[in-house]
Ligand binder design. Structure first.
Ligand SMILES: Cc1cc2nc3c(=O)[nH]c(=O)nc-3n(C[C@H](O)[C@H](O)[C@H](O)COP(=O)(O)OP(=O)(O)OC[C@H]3O[C@@H](n4cnc5c(N)ncnc54)[C@H](O)[C@@H]3O)c2cc1C
Length: 410
């Protein structure tokens, strides 16, 4: 069979979207995927429910070492409302808003439905999907691209969309190959790091709280990489997880990678600030533990009292001033004792990647190698928990696919 015009490498979220939009313009599109079925991150996303999109776009919450402006342009190329219309209209996937979190999930809460509908639509639009095929090498050859496959065979294409993902959750098929290839092709790769990953504590000083969860405000205030989040916090056997922890984890991870002082992380366990707690404690005629238990889980309250040196039975109004201030300090600005992170194995995304300035923001085509387009996690950008990373994958996948399908260069 003749070589295809367009090869998409990787049938993850961004590659499936790229294949859908590259097809239909009369050119032959082949999607090559290393795993047996593709879309494995979609399958495990959102706890098996797949948080397809956020209800509100928040480009300012994305993290990149490239230009944030370029990132915004890439994300806005496919506005959120249009993405939602695509999923509900063309794909036929009804979405439901989870109002407490502002996340959109499939009405049936089944990630598999999202993956299968994307695969079906790519096929219906004419793309040829080939599974169990890993690309080993990619190199320009005259006006074409030459691909060497892991089985020893070769193929060529006029255009290639590199949608091979990052280093996160490697069991889903992405192992950082795309970074290596892009580097060899002359692209700048911003140092990569695990992001949206749980933090660990060694020794596990809070292991007795494993399973306790609550909404918090969390901040990693120091340095250039400062970060803050509000949301769920979960104690685990090895440390800390939950959306709020994941959202600031890159600041912690990067402080370790720099080898400098470990990033300080502070947690405010409730919505109450220092003066509010002060008023409540001074007016409280009963045991302090009772007051605290009204505002946060009892086991966490006991731990904070113990760490402050406060007897849980002592009457709030009788608490010595220095102890009261120490306890309120722990309630409102708790220095989280963390020592490490769970790395790529548990990371939802990869930070760093292909420099955005080296890619045309409209076509996602390499400014170094015409005919090569990038999309998804291989690019230097990630967003917070909440559907933002799929929003990025869908938006960049569509731009790359459309431009490749039209045979359009910058
Ligand atoms: C546990 C978990 C839960 C998540 N939940 C959510 C969520 O609910 N909402 C959200 O927005 N985001 C979520 N994410 C993040 C989201 O899944 C990713 O941002 C997104 O999947 C990235 O898409 P991608 O196409 O760039 O990469 P990937 O989805 O990683 O796809 C890359 C594909 O390329 C293939 N590949 C790699 N190298 C080669 C090669 N050499 N040859 C052939 N094929 C290759 C891989 O097998 C893989 O299928 C979650 C991530 C994880 C790990």
């Amino acid at each position: 069979m003749s070589d295809p015009s367009i090869v998409v490498i990787g049938a993850g979220a961004s590659g499936l979207m790229a294949a859908i939009w590259a097809s239909g313009a009369g050119r032959r599109v082949v999607l090559l995927e290393g795993t047996r079925d593709g879309g494995r991150k979609i399958l495990i996303s959102g706890g098996g429910r797949c948080n397809v999109l956020p209800a509100v776009s928040s480009p300012e919450r994305f993290v990149t070492d490239s230009s944030p402006n370029t990132l915004r342009n890439m994300l806005r190329a496919w506005p959120l409302e249009e993405q939602q219309r695509f999923f509900e209209g063309e794909l036929g996937l009804r979405l439901a808003l989870e109002s407490e979190t502002g996340k959109l999930f499939p009405e049936g809460n089944k990630a598999r439905e999202v993956r299968d509908l994307l695969v079906d639509l790519a096929r219906r639009r004419g793309a040829e999907l080939r599974f169990g095929i890993r690309v080993a090498e990619l190199a320009p050859c005259g006006r074409e691209w030459r691909l060497a496959l892991a089985d020893g065979s070769e193929m060529s294409a006029a255009r290639v969309v590199l949608a091979s993902g990052g280093l996160s959750a490697p069991t889903t098929g992405s192992d950082g190959w795309g970074f290596e290839i892009a580097r060899r092709l002359g692209h700048t790769i911003h140092p990569t790091y695990p992001a949206l990953t749980p933090l660990t504590a060694e020794p596990a000083v809070h292991a007795h709280l494993a399973g306790v969860s609550l909404p918090v405000t969390i901040e990693a205030p120091a340095g250039k990489r400062k970060a803050a989040a509000r949301g769920g916090f979960l104690f685990t056997h090895r440390g800390y997880s939950g959306p709020a922890v994941l959202d600031i984890s890159h600041a912690a991870v990067r402080s370790l990678a720099r080898g400098g002082p470990r990033q300080e992380i502070y947690v405010r366990w409730t919505d109450l600030d220092g003066p509010s707690w002060e008023g409540l404690v001074l007016r409280h005629g009963g045991p302090i533990e009772g007051l605290i238990a009204r505002h946060l889980p009892a086991r966490l309250g006991e731990t904070l009292c113990r760490e402050a040196g406060v007897a849980p039975q002592v009457m709030g109004s009788r608490l010595r001033r220095d102890l009261r201030l120490r306890l309120i300090g722990l309630l409102t600005r708790y220095p989280l004792p963390w020592t490490g992170d769970e790395g790529y194995a548990k990371a939802e995304v990869t930070g760093g990647g292909v420099d955005l300035a080296e890619v045309n923001p409209r076509t996602l085509e390499s400014r170094i190698h015409p005919g090569l387009h990038f999309c998804g996690e291989v690019l230097d950008a990630f967003g917070p928990i909440g559907g933002h990373n799929f929003q990025w994958a869908w938006a960049t996948g569509r731009s790359a696919g459309l431009a490749a399908g039209m045979g359009e260069s910058a």
